[in-house]
Design a protein around this ligand. Structure first.
Ligand code: FAD
Length: 959
């Protein structure tokens, strides 16, 4: 069952009371809850005061008196008749306004008695000033009757009250209101009321009310007529919220004469009991009592014992604060407070890519056609991707150099990841890999500068080549050779056999394309290390001489023209060599400041780090988009299970668990990626991407040596995001499988980054191996009390896991080395444990980034929401490794038993903010283009996203 607070937003019925309670201090507590609330109350009271100054009143209400009465519980002055009526009206309207401020609007309004005036204001039929006029008109009309009659409360059923009235035999006594199964009001002249009171001893209990006149009494026809005459000066509008009149005993319709309805309240009985029974409510409905004394909420409970009722004006300050802090999270998206929460959430995840830069990226992309391309043949699709890449480059502001604006490069990566993953891949290759390599090594090389300019102007596209298909770990064992010829000072690039074919994007081979090819420099048969070479590999006519390019081999997950490239004795001028600070002198002697070929390789591979940053940012974006789509789909989708027909899919604990765990992973991963990417941006801005190279971490692949933490973040981000999107897809059923709805593509993007930019497992293994060679820190200590919701305890757990796994790996390696094992014998049995080391290290980094991100959040509600998300992430990880934590004596059994319950509670709390998560983390429909993200019912959205073919109308079918 959803929380009452969720229902308060979605399923509230407001009940406006007639008169009754002492209004003194009625709004004081509410007023004190927050400056926004106080401001809204002041606005309402100010507007009523203004109106009163312009209304004709037989007994004018002094300016500021209503405010004084409602805000001062100790108000000493008397309350002349008319003041409580106006104060009750003002209190109800102000409360309704405050609730609206928090996104709580009624789905239905019930008006009891002359609460109809405030109810009509709330329903939009009367302006606030006209409402005040109507109350004055009532006061004016009744003035002559004041003191002539009154009303009493009978604690008995309608039948018992009628029997009582028969017993008294006073035809001038009438049943005025039936409020609850055992609560009625009787109205009449004073003498008749006294007679009634005397009858009481054996019959139902009777309580005298402080009513200044007999209302709901047919004898008040002249009052009603006077009242109506003044009401005729008002101009009611149409009713915007269904409004049930307890006097009319039905919903008002647009055609109803509302002033007549109000006047009828003076002479006809009001039947709240019937209203509560007539109105469609369920266990989720919350009846909100807009009165000062909370009497209506008691009537609700008496009539509908299982109902939920709220009477905000009888709650104390602490209760109201909790209510409003909760409501603030749940308010509608166009509510100012909710906007602030959503903005706070957005700011918390935007990291290095500011909102401003994202807007700039969005503007650049706005003029491009990024429409979803379903059903295109592969070649057409690939050509289209290159056309889009060229259009994107042309759309960049003149003279934009993205390496001078790394934030924009990341913002474009995010938007392209969500809008067109294939184009993102093309963009990452063009800029991250190829322009990135050229910038790093061009020095004063005019040929390299020209090539870079051709890429930055969109004149040419590009392909990057390090991987060779013949064996694993080919990146550290490239066999493509560039043999230097001292006589011509040129190189001959050659692919020795098919095992050295390069895997790259060359399937569309009839366009101007530059290749950045990593090849082993050979001089006099000597291996001088792997360098990048840049040159034209194809033009409009096809591959350049000596270059052979295959047809696309196709990776359907993220379609692009991936294929194979071969170089047959291709002649390359000296300037094709991206030598950086190395050179070959006139005598043909190589001068390279880097002394080892491995160092040269690591130096050559400077550009993949750009792709790790771009890809990690893009993957976080598609993860957020996917969770946003899955959450909004689940929130709207109705279910028909027999245990809860027609409840939202997101009401189910299994759906919540899956999607909020996915959201939590997405958030924490985003924090880590933001943290890493900030460091990358700084290095790019300061042009301090590595100038030297440390190859000591190179065992399986070159990646960790280039930048250990960024490579690891890319690897772990990929694994996290792939899982997140897979879960989101699964949770959307068939809608998740439709290409139209993007999950497949987004998941595909994450999937290919298992290998694109370097294989993740190898990155993790290299990370673990290099950690095992570092001196160990002191073991983590924790002096607090171990509690599952304590961040210090989380840090202790995760740091200890990392510490102990590294210690064990270190010890095992040392022991094996002492036994004289060779590296294969040492490491091969330890690889599963090494992977755990890399992941434990990453988990600790992820948690630290999330806690750091949380520490700078200033809005309490945003901090609470993100804190819950981080907690869920952590508890899920503790549960995942619980066996290990228990076996290591770090987690008690009792704590383990509490885990599941705490996770469930967290998911329920997070579910209450679903609209805010969707608004803050998700992407708008025009970005994802996914019908599932449409606000419509998913069936409607899908049906309207598809083309239809219609047969002729069957004979006899209705027109
Ligand atoms: C979409 C996509 C785009 C790409 N783009 C480019 C590009 O533009 N340019 C380019 O040059 N390359 C590109 N690549 C290639 C990419 O860099 C490689 O796929 C990646 O480095 C892995 O190499 P591999 O495919 O040879 O796999 P392998 O190295 O054969 O690995 C296969 C599996 O074996 C495991 N494994 C390998 N070696 C070991 C070992 N020694 N010990 C234990 N386990 C091992 C790996 O973890 C992996 O699971 C791209 C790949 C993809 C998928």
């Amino acid at each position: 069952m959803s929380s009452p607070l969720v229902s308060l937003r979605d399923n509230a019925i407001f009940i406006f009371p007639g008169q009754g309670s002492d209004p003194r201090g009625g709004l004081a507590t509410l007023h004190g809850t927050s400056p926004q609330v106080a401001q809204r109350i002041e606005e309402v009271l100010g507007a009523i005061d203004d109106a009163l100054n312009h209304i004709e009143q037989r007994r004018p209400i002094a300016s500021g008196l209503i405010r004084q009465v409602l805000l001062d519980p100790d108000h000493k002055g008397g309350l002349p008749v008319g003041v409580p009526q106006m104060a009750a009206f003002a209190a109800s309207v102000a409360l309704a306004e405050v609730l609206e401020l928090f996104g709580v609007c009624p789905r239905v309004i019930i008006a009891q008695s002359l609460g109809e005036i405030a109810a009509m204001v709330c329903a939009g039929a009367l302006t606030l000033a006209d409402g005040a006029r109507a109350v004055c008109a009532l006061n004016n009309a009744f003035q002559d009757q004041e003191g002539e009659g009154t009303m009493v409360l009978v604690v008995g059923s309608e039948r018992e009250t009628l029997t009582l009235l028969e017993t008294v035999r006073r035809p001038d006594l009438v049943l005025a209101c039936v409020n609850a199964p055992r609560q009625c009001l009787v109205s009449g002249p004073n003498k008749a009321i006294e007679a009634l009171m005397k009858q009481a001893p054996d019959g139902p209990k009777i309580l005298r009310l402080d009513a200044p006149y007999a209302s709901h009494h047919p004898g008040q026809v002249s009052v009603a007529e006077r009242f109506l005459a003044q009401l005729r000066a008002l101009s009611p509008g149409s009713i915007r919220v269904p409004l049930y009149s307890c006097v009319a005993r039905r919903m008002y319709h647009d055609k109803d004469d509302l002033p007549r309805g109000l006047a009828d309240c003076v002479i006809k009985p009001a039947h709240l009991l019937q209203a509560l029974q007539d109105i469609n409510s369920d266990a989720q409905t919350v009846f909100v009592d807009l009165g000062i004394g909370g009497g209506l909420s008691r009537c609700v409970y008496a009539t509908l014992p299982l109902a939920q009722a709220y009477a905000p004006l009888v709650q104390d300050a602490a209760e109201l604060m909790v209510l409003f802090s909760e409501l603030e999270f749940r308010a509608g998206a166009d509510d100012p407070l909710t906007d602030r929460t959503i903005r706070g959430l957005v700011e918390a995840i935007e990291g290095a890519v500011s909102n401003e830069t994202s807007m700039q990226a969005a503007q650049i992309l706005a003029g491009l056609d990024l429409s979803h391309r379903i059903g295109l043949a592969n070649l057409e699709l690939h050509r289209g991707t290159y056309a889009r890449l060229r259009a994107l480059i042309k759309a960049l502001p003149a003279n934009t150099r993205l390496f001078d604006e790394p934030g924009l490069m990341l913002a474009l990566s995010q938007a392209l990841g969500v809008g067109d993953p294939s184009l993102f891949i093309a963009f990452a290759i063009q800029y991250g890999l190829c322009v990135g390599t050229l910038i790093e090594f061009e020095q004063d090389n005019p040929g390299a500068i020209r090539l870079r300019q051709a890429l930055e102007s969109g004149e040419k596209v590009s392909a990057y080549m390090i991987t060779e298909i013949g064996g694993s770990n080919s990146q550290i064992a490239n066999r493509t050779e560039a043999v230097f010829d001292p006589a011509s000072r040129s190189f001959t690039l050659h692919t020795p056999d098919n095992g050295a074919l390069k895997f790259t994007n060359v399937g569309i081979s009839d366009q101007p394309k530059i290749g950045v090819v990593c090849a082993r420099l050979k001089m006099d048969g000597r291996d001088c290390g792997v360098y990048p070479f840049a040159f034209d590999i194809s033009d409009h006519r096809g591959p350049r001489p000596g270059v052979r390019l295959s047809s696309p081999a196709e990776i359907p997950l993220v379609p692009f023209d991936y294929g194979l490239a071969r170089f047959d004795h291709v002649h390359l001028p000296y300037c094709a060599w991206l030598s950086g600070t190395a050179s070959i002198d006139e005598q043909g002697v190589l001068h390279d400041p880097l002394s080892h070929p491995d160092e040269r390789l690591v130096r050559t591979l400077v550009a993949p780090a750009h792709v790790w940053a771009m890809a990690a940012i893009a993957m976080c974006a598609v993860a957020r988009a996917s969770v946003g789509l899955a959450l909004s789909h689940s929130l709207r989708r109705s279910t028909m299970a027999r245990i809860g027909a027609d409840v939202s899919l997101l009401s189910y604990s299994t759906q919540r668990r899956a999607l909020f765990a996915a959201l939590a992973t997405t958030y924490v991963t985003t924090c880590q990626v933001n943290h890493e990417v900030e460091g990358w941006m700084q290095r790019v801005r300061e042009r301090t991407t590595r100038r030297t190279a440390d190859a000591s971490a190179l065992t399986w692949a070159p990646w960790s040596s280039a930048n250990r933490s960024l490579a690891l973040s890319k690897a772990l981000c990929t694994w996290a995001v792939e899982q997140v999107i897979s879960e989101c897809r699964l949770r959307c059923g068939v809608a998740g499988d439709l290409t139209l709805n993007r999950f497949m593509e987004y998941e595909g993007l994450a999937h290919v980054f298992n290998d694109a930019g370097g294989n993740n497992l190898l990155i993790v293994l290299d990370t673990a191996k290099s950690l095992s060679t570092l001196p160990l820190d002191v073991p983590p200590v924790f002096s607090g009390s171990a509690r599952l919701l304590e961040p210090e305890y989380w840090l202790f757990l995760f740091r200890t896991r990392e510490y102990r796994l590294i210690s064990r790996l270190k010890a095992d390696v040392e022991a094996a080395e002492v036994r004289g094992c060779d590296p294969m014998q040492v490491w091969n049995p330890l690889l599963v444990g090494a992977r755990a080391v890399g992941e434990a290290h990453g988990l600790r980094l992820f948690l630290e980034s999330a806690l750091q991100a949380l520490a700078v959040v200033t809005q309490p509600q945003v901090e609470k929401m993100l804190g819950d998300l981080t907690t869920l992430f952590v508890l899920e990880r503790i549960e995942q490794h619980a066996a290990w934590f228990i076996s290591e004596g770090l987690l008690g059994l009792e704590m383990y038993r509490q885990l599941e319950g705490k996770i469930t509670v967290l998911c329920d709390q997070l579910a209450q903010h679903a609209p805010q998560w969707i608004a803050a983390f998700g992407y708008p429909k025009d970005a994802t283009q996914a019908p599932i993200g449409d606000d419509m019912d998913s069936a409607e959205a899908l049906a309207s996203a598809l083309h239809w073919t219609t047969g002729s109308r069957p004979r006899g079918a209705p027109q």
